[in-house]
Design a protein around this ligand. Structure first.
Ligand code: 5GP
Ligand code: ZN
Length: 120
């Protein structure tokens, strides 16, 4: 699989072709605020390498997936989620049409902040 898909909106966000509000960037990962937030805090963490969905990951992706899940709680607090247990956050990874996936570049939603939320 190519590292980047020239037709992928999130590949364009990672490369800066499409602007985004950056939350975090390192060699492997990019995180940015969702354009249509469900909650007071709502950002996406994506691998920089184009992986279409969770249905496409292989054992070679263990490290990057572990890094996403390890980064999420730290960024959630930095972005204004309240601490566990009264606060917390929701991690969602929609996969495929029936899983509600609209953008086919693997992304993890991190949502949180005081209720009520716009959705969810
Ligand atoms: P999915 O339904 O694929 O899990 O979620 C895709 C998410 O990407 C949606 O929550 C949507 O608001 C967000 N999104 C789609 N296009 C853009 C964009 O151009 N910029 C940003 N920041 N978010 C986007
Ligand atoms: Zn992509």
């Amino acid at each position: 699989m190519a590292d980047h898909d020239p037709n992928c909106i999130f590949c364009k966000i990672i490369s800066g072709q499409i602007p985004s509000r950056k939350v975090h960037e390192d060699d492997d990962l990019y995180a940015f605020h969702d354009i249509n937030p469900w909650a007071p805090v709502h950002f996406l963490i994506v691998p920089k390498r184009h992986i279409a969905s969770m249905a496409h990951i292989t054992p070679a992706d263990e490290s990057v997936m572990g890094r996403i899940m390890t980064l999420a709680p730290r960024l959630a607090l930095e972005q204004g989620c309240n601490p566990y247990p009264h606060g917390g956050f929701r991690i969602v990874c929609n996969t495929g049409a029936e899983g509600g996936q609209e953008v086919h570049h693997l992304h993890v939603h991190v949502m949180g902040g005081p209720r009520p939320w716009a959705r969810g």
